[in-house]
Design a protein. Structure first.
Length: 115
């Protein structure tokens, strides 16, 4: 571990070139859908979540296993967390536009709802 910095003068000597580059999304073309094309809705919400923003995907018709597989693919593509409640996929953060692009490339029709 490096030396502890105690003053602002010591902070001025830090080199930021060695920091990791910004996170990049996987190319959308690499993500393929195993499911039949469906009409989905992409919602944006922060209600009931202590002000934290989430993106909700609604309208997926399929069994619970397929829903989990789709959710996992979306979360991995964006590098974020999320969950499934009922028949909704909840993705942490405001990723509605990116999710619309990804799902469209998978062959789904996605409608942007709200905001």
């Amino acid at each position: 571990m490096s030396k502890k910095l105690n003053s602002l003068e010591e902070l001025a000597n830090i080199k930021f070139d060695s920091l990791a580059p910004d996170f990049e999304l996987k190319p959308i073309a690499e993500i393929k859908s195993e499911f039949q094309a469906q009409k989905l809705e992409a919602h944006f919400s922060n209600k009931g979540r202590a002000g934290k923003t989430v993106t909700i995907i609604k309208g997926f018709k399929g069994n619970n296993k397929e829903l989990k597989i789709l959710s996992k693919k979306l979360k991995q593509a964006l590098g974020v967390g999320g969950s499934i409640k009922g028949e909704e996929i909840i993705i942490q953060g405001n990723y509605r536009d990116q999710l619309i692009q990804i799902l469209t490339k998978m062959g789904h029709q996605v409608k942007r709802i709200g905001g």
